[in-house]
Design a protein around this ligand. Sequence first.
Ligand code: FAD
Length: 444
Amino acid sequence: MNKEKFTVIGAGLTGPLLATYLAQRGYSVEVFERRPDMRKESISAGRSINLALSARGNHALKEVGLYDKIKAITIPMKGRMIHDLNGSTHLQPYGQKENEVIFSVSRAQLNMELMTLAEETGNVNIRFNHHLLSADLDQNKLMFQSYDSLEEIELSFNRVIGCDGSASILRKSIVEKANAQYVKKPLGHGYKELTIPPRYSGKFQIEPNALHIWPRGNHMLIALPNNDYSFTCTLFFPMMGPTSFKTVKTKKNILDLFQSQFPDVIKLMPNLVEDFQKNPTGDLASVYCKPWHLGGKALLIGDAAHAVVPFFGQGMNASFQDCSTLANLMGQNENDWETIFKDFSSTQVENGHAIANMAIENYLEMRDHVNDPEYKKRRNVELKLERMFPGQFIPRYSMVSFHKIPYAEVYQQGEKQFKIISDVLMADPSGQSIDKAMVEKMLS
Ligand code: FAD
């Protein structure tokens, strides 16, 4: 048993997974989490109630041995079910292969399973109700507020890893001490969760094997299925402005908004007004930070390092891939933490920035472009090119969701492919014929 001890801040999705990777390699890990233990007390797991899990996340779950258990509680989603204003719907598949689906999973269930898995290693101790207040990276001291004793507690650490999410306290200290570049860019749009309950007969009210989208230009509603036959819906909407979360408040405002934008949804949501008024409005921002480490002493991972807006369904998947990448580096540089942290930061920072940018671009695609004839034409060409050049031309959505290709590479490849599609359409605006030799040359 390796005696080295790690301190991990945060037992959200990333913290317990990372703790498991460390524990499985013989390290002992103490995790500090500000919330109580959600396995014992009923608390909101916060933010979106379900999440889309895809290849990168699944890969990490396989590595730590949790995949089969989680797979059993997921619901596959084959594509985007687009809901037009007139109530008509059509499915836009995510991929062309049978296994190219993403999976809806309960955030709380996944979080609880990850915590239990970490504890079952025997090397992880999760201390709940401990809120990190500050970190002194010169003296290796962490200051916590204990919600049990109501006292402030100072603790020493050997190596500390921040999995404390987008508002990370550890990041503040790393940014100061490492003189890191840091910017948090608000999206200007926020979100609110609403619910489509099951039918009275205990079945889904709408198609379960799809991610539903009501795209409406500068805002949208989405819905992901849950195992209890309900859907968690999320309204993405401007935070400020004439029609925004700031102005839509009263029952009349809410019903007017839904009547004009989502008329087919009103009958599916009996508690619409109550939920809208009761549920909090979440803010959305992207975090860009570089580097993510301070020597071999402190490191950021997950949302603490790279919070991204949720439109590619990748925040958690990227965070899980971080853990897998870090574990790989541990294998390559046994106990040389300066090198491990440095290499991790230098490879992953650009991937974090790439997925942050792609996620913002995907918001425009989801809320605005999916019904645009030009978008549909480009998508058709993209799928044709994938069939013509298997393994060589992979649509960007597929590279992100069904592969583990580093995001920065996906971004570059996506730019190149965007140009190829433009050139194909320039040569034949109908997109019917494709000059294979021209594409081959551009791909090489
Ligand atoms: P978090 O989940 O934020 O966990 C941080 C943990 O640290 C929490 O438990 C918190 O209580 C604790 N903590 C924070 N500060 C302190 C402190 N000072 N002291 C002690 N503990 C602290 N990703 C996907 O892959 N697919 C999706 O479909 C998807 N949908 C999303 C929808 C929405 C609306 C949002 C907002 C995000 C979505 N994400 C999605 C992103 C995903 O939620 C995050 O990427 C993921 O939760 C990151 O995990 P984390 O553990 O790094 O951070």
